[in-house]
Design a protein around this ligand. Structure first.
Ligand SMILES: [Zn+2]
Length: 494
């Protein structure tokens, strides 16, 4: 079988995945800044790296998955100026900053659970790792890659670039270009160069979130938390570092620089062996984001309560919609695309239920091993969930063909076939039955209703048999009479 290949943003090519110390895999993913409700743009990295996590575990790796909570230091704009986003929200609502962070962390967990996103192994908070961040900054100063001005500390990009490449990840390696691209903002005069970035900021008197440091009272810059926590929990070079494409610059570029500046290794360690970035969610071709004000929160999708939504969409519809595109492709939101995703998911789940009822034969007429290989080939090609879903629909086509007698399958092959489809659909893609209770008990109740309806029809009591069918249909359960008997399935919610 083809080995797992991962597209590495740092080298800009697909590489064979070889962890540094197999069977262990370290994975760090930049988590949410908890100052607002999670929207569709947040669901994408969470689901992308959830599938990476699930698949690596499926392959037998022992994965330590670290996804942080940014609860301090993420400034209003991506330069180093502006107010802390969380502190600003706190002032607005007259709450303690930690109260705001806790509230949105809890809400983030709730929607992630609805999306069937697994909890990471460790979920460290930036505010819980201030000493680690301070120590790291001290080391960077010691190594001569940072300077202190008026209680703030900045990374000296020019000095850094004498030893290491700066801007390799985002393709901004020319410092002159970087210079012309940087906007001169108020207060920037402290810096030697506009592209230098803050490791530590002096707190102004009205700033609420503040800590003692060797440079006076202040708070960490946005980027340093991820470097400090990645090193703390995953070592000096982890296997995978992931996040949204919009984090490549300045956030990930800064992370790489901080880590190299702190460890001062030769050759550079770049914090991670494989850098992975999911593409963005767009709305009318524009990035969906809080700063642009064009976002739809996940809760709004689940309730349908947003002017751009024609109706509500279930969490699994959202998950399926995201997985239908490869994570490196853009994903454009539309009601039509979501409706199509909902129908597709229902067709997949109905097909998997039908598989359990198939009649078996003494022979299998198709190549089950080749089919299995196609599913793994899709995942091994840089976690191509879109291809996996296409192959799962090929599986549903085979199920229907077996049902109609056009293909045959042996009992043992059917067992293997069902187990394979379930593994990819539920364990690896992380989909689940929306109506949790497709349990044996619901099947039993449905069989009783189908029997009663057949009894009524035999007695020519069509008023009753039609009533049973219609009332089930009103509850989104459809009965279908086939030569093999009556079957039921869930209707897509309209
Ligand atoms: Zn980060």
């Amino acid at each position: 079988m083809e080995k797992l290949h991962v597209y590495n943003s740092l080298t800009r090519r697909k590489e064979v995945f070889e962890p540094i110390s197999p069977p262990f895999v370290g994975m760090y993913v930049c988590g949410p800044t908890v100052y607002g409700d999670a929207h569709l743009g947040h669901a994408r990295p969470a689901i992308t790296f959830d599938v990476v996590y699930r698949y690596l575990r499926h392959l037998g790796y022992k994965v330590r998955y670290v996804r942080n909570i940014t609860d301090v230091g993420h400034l209003e704009n991506d330069a180093d100026e502006g107010e802390d986003k969380i502190a600003k929200k706190a002032k607005l609502e007259q709450l303690e900053p930690m109260e705001v962070a806790q509230y949105y962390t809890d809400r983030y967990h709730e929607v992630m659970q609805m999306l069937n996103v697994l909890r990471p192994s460790i979920e460290p908070r930036a505010t819980g790792h201030i000493p680690e961040q301070i120590r790291m900054i001290e080391k960077i100063i010691e190594n001569g890659f940072a300077y202190v001005v008026n209680g703030s500390v900045y990374l000296d990009v020019v000095k850094y670039a004498q030893y290491y490449k700066y801007g390799e990840l985002s393709g901004r390696e020319n410092l002159d270009e970087l210079l012309s691209g940087s906007r001169e903002l108020e207060g920037q005069t402290e810096k030697k160069n506009p592209f230098d970035f803050a490791l530590w900021k002096k707190a102004s008197p009205e700033h609420i979130m503040r800590w003692q440091s060797p440079w006076g009272e202040g708070f960490p810059g946005w980027h340093i938390e991820c470097s400090a926590m990645s090193i703390k929990y995953l070592g000096e070079c982890t296997d995978i570092h992931g996040g949204g494409m919009d984090l490549k610059f300045p956030h990930h570029e800064a992370e790489i620089a901080q880590t190299n500046a702190c460890l001062h290794p030769h050759p550079p360690r770049n914090e991670a062996k494989y850098w992975m970035h999911n593409n963005l969610v767009t709305i009318n071709g524009q990035k969906m984001g809080k700063s642009l004000g064009n976002f739809i929160t996940l809760e709004q999708f689940f309730s349908g309560n947003h002017p751009l939504l024609l109706r509500s969409y279930s969490p699994m519809t959202i998950r399926f919609f995201i997985l239908q595109s490869h994570y490196r492709s853009t994903l454009d939101f539309s009601n039509d695309a979501l409706t199509a995703a909902e129908k597709g998911l229902q067709r997949l789940l109905n097909g998997l239920r039908l598989a359990k009822e198939l009649k078996t034969s003494p022979i299998t007429t198709f190549d089950l091993n080749a089919y299995k290989a196609s599913l793994y080939a899709a995942m091994n090609d840089d976690f191509n969930s879109a291809m996996v879903i296409a192959q799962l629909f090929e599986g549903i086509r085979l199920i229907n063909a077996i049902d109609q007698g056009m293909e045959k399958i042996t009992a043992s092959d059917l067992e293997a076939f069902i187990s394979l489809l379930n593994t990819f659909t539920f364990d690896i893609l992380g989909l689940k039955q929306e109506i949790e209770d497709v349990t044996p008990r619901l099947e039993a109740v449905m069989n009783i209703l189908i029997e009663l309806r057949n009894e009524a029809r035999k007695n020519k009591n069509y008023a009753l048999s039609d009533a049973i069918r219609d009332k089930l249909a009103q509850n989104k359960i459809l009965l279908k009479d086939t030569p093999e008997g009556t079957r039921w399935q869930f209707a897509p919610t309209e």
